[in-house]
Design a protein. Structure first.
Length: 611
């Protein structure tokens, strides 16, 4: 996989912004919670960075953390004078749950800071935070689970088991089995200043494991831990390690399973070792790999990112996200659509006004000879599957996806896509929703299944016995060679059987059908919504027949002959096939008056409408 920058660095928020927090939105967008003059705001962006909505929460505080729940609602937590509060709103800013304490302070001895929120699959969320004066140390890490209405499902859990010195930076990730992994830093564990730690809990908050040390190198400090669940039942953790890479700070990582067992040794993520590399964040991709971003070169440095494959091996070169004498702060990265992401960071180049900057990334998949899962982005993608039975997924914008050999599954998503099956029995889906544009699909060799989805598509089966459905839109469907099954589905479609004995079903709407070579069958459901289908080349001599979807016999039909200007031969009339019980014209056979017989099949019987 290769990492590419998409466009220039962009300013998302240009006001006196502080402490932005980010999470992904349904559909590939993202949300930022941020502070200006202690007032908390929420801004929603689409997958391209366009602002969708912005609103104040009407609350004051510091250190916000934002999360999008499974129902699409947004929970923002922040530090108040008396503890940690949260509020739940919808994407329009309408309050769904009033501001409430997640954890209140004990004024005499206890305080709580730095909330970090995590959405759970059951609709609720988990919160971690740092406490002081709560476990006898200078700082502790706590986990608590809440339902969608901000109601606690029980008391908070002390995450750290070491209670000397102080513990910090609770980061969480949800596991596929319902568990929750919490990463944090802890002093007085391994003889260093601090160690990178993790503890795993079950879905109800019960500890599954003891605390686990992530790092093997134990000099200086290992801190600033980030964590993500990969799509292969593994956990990838990254952290900043002091002096390990031969210079100052470096970014290191290690894989673990969901029981906390290490899957190999720690490894260095950064290739560049000059100066500090710190403040990492990471996301998981659909193929089991991950992308890590971090701050390189200290306060006046640059941001970098690198791909980590599913086996925990850094692959490809680092990419530099920004190096134009800006003053960066620690980045956050979130996935947008497919293999797209956005890196967001506070920028203090103008020290009087903090801004929030963003760089969009695209991760171009690289095919192998194996069965690959390859995903596009919100941009225009162009990639192929190679050998193997591959899964190719586009998203919005105009993609070109090529399955090549093997039995591939290809989905275009929204946009005007070109989808090519290549050799093998492929499944190709134009996909998308009502915003989808016109897709062009080539099945290639093999017995393919093609569904245009939304949009006015052009679908070509090419060779093989193909099954093609137009979906929603006025589609053009060409079967190619082979015995094909063609269905227009909704709206007025054009169907061409080409070579072979084909089955043509115009679907709902008045369609244009042309069987061409072979003994073709033309289907009508017999209901009004199916419309009147025009058949351009019905030929009894080639073995063509009509197929009626309801029970009927010859007495239920009448043939009427009439000339239609501009259609067929000027000297030959069209044959209008009328279903007399419903008085509906079912088919019009262009130049049908020349036919010696018109065979119609209904149920298990066939008969000649001309007697």
């Amino acid at each position: 996989m290769t990492l590419d920058l998409v466009g220039p660095v962009r300013t998302l928020l240009d006001e006196g912004v502080d402490h932005p927090s980010i999470d992904g939105m349904p559909g590939g967008g993202f949300v930022l919670a941020w502070i200006e003059s202690r007032q908390i705001y929420v801004t929603i962006f689409d997958a391209y960075g366009g602002e969708v909505n912005q609103f104040p929460l009407g609350q004051a505080g510091t250190n916000p953390s934002v999360v999008v729940l499974s129902d699409g609602s947004i929970v923002t937590a922040w530090v108040d004078y008396d503890g940690i509060k949260a509020m739940r709103v919808n994407s329009d800013g309408q309050t769904l749950s009033d501001a409430a304490f997640l954890q209140s302070d004990n004024a005499s001895s206890e305080s709580n800071y730095f909330p970090n929120l995590l959405a759970l699959a059951d609709g609720g969320f988990a919160a971690t935070y740092r406490g002081t004066g709560r476990d006898g140390s200078r700082g502790s890490v706590h986990l608590q689970i809440f339902d969608v209405n901000l109601t606690s499902r029980g008391a908070d859990q002390l995450v750290n088991q070491t209670t000397e010195g102080h513990q910090n930076s609770g980061r969480t990730v949800a596991l596929d089995d319902g568990g929750i992994a919490v990463a944090f830093s802890s002093r007085n564990v391994d003889g260093s200043v601090s160690a990178a730690m993790m503890r795993i809990f079950d879905a109800d908050g019960t500890p599954r494991t003891d605390q686990i040390r992530l790092n093997q190198y134990s000099s200086g400090q290992q801190h600033q831990i980030a964590i993500v669940a990969l799509n292969n039942d593994l956990i990838l953790a990254t952290w900043t390690s002091d002096g390990q890479d031969g210079s100052d700070d470096g970014i290191y990582a290690r894989l673990f399973d969901t029981q906390g067992r290490a899957q190999g040794n720690e490894f260095r993520v950064n290739f560049e070792t000059l100066g500090d590399q710190n403040g990492s964040d990471l996301i998981a991709l659909a193929d089991g790999s991950a992308v890590v971003s971090w701050l390189s070169g200290g306060t006046d440095g640059e941001l970098r990112a690198r791909h980590i494959d599913a086996q925990g091996v850094p692959s490809g070169a680092e990419i530099i996200i920004g190096a134009d004498e800006r003053i960066f702060y620690y980045p956050q990265i979130v996935q947008t659509q497919g293999n797209g992401a956005v890196v967001v960071w506070p920028d203090f180049t103008d020290r009087s006004v903090g801004t929030t900057e963003a760089q969009f990334l695209a991760f171009k998949p690289i095919a192998t000879a194996e069965n690959d899962m390859l995903f596009g982005t919100a941009q225009d993608d162009d990639f192929g599957g190679g050998a193997g039975n591959d899964v190719l997924q586009g998203y919005s914008d105009n993609d070109r996806l090529f399955g090549d050999t093997g039995a591939d599954t290809i989905t275009g998503g929204n946009g005007a896509d070109t989808l090519i099956g290549g050799d093998g029995d492929d499944f190709i889906f134009g996909g998308g929703d009502g915003a989808d544009l016109r897709d062009v699909v080539y099945g290639g060799n093999g017995n393919d299944q093609i569904d245009g989805g939304y949009g006015n598509d052009e679908l070509r089966g090419q060779s093989g016995d193909d099954t093609i459905s137009g979906g929603f839109g006025a589609d053009t469907i060409l079967g190619g060679s082979g015995n094909d099954i063609l269905a227009g589905s909704a709206y007025a479609d054009r169907l061409f059987g080409n070579e072979g004995d084909d089955f043509l079903n115009g679907g709902f709407g008045s369609d244009r059908l042309r069987g061409q070579d072979g003994a073709d069958r033309f289907f009508h459901a017999g209901v009004t919504g199916h419309g009147t289908d025009w058949i351009a080349d019905f030929s009894h001599a080639e073995g063509d027949r009509l197929v009626f979807g309801l029970s009927a016999d010859a007495s239920n039909f009448q043939i009427r002959l009439a000339h239609t200007p501009g259609v067929g031969s000027a000297s030959v009339e069209e044959a209008f096939v009328v279903h007399t019980p419903s008085r509906q014209i079912i088919w019009v056979l262009v130049d049908g008056a020349d036919e010696a017989a018109i065979q119609l099949q209904s149920g298990g019987q066939a008969f000649d409408l001309l007697g």
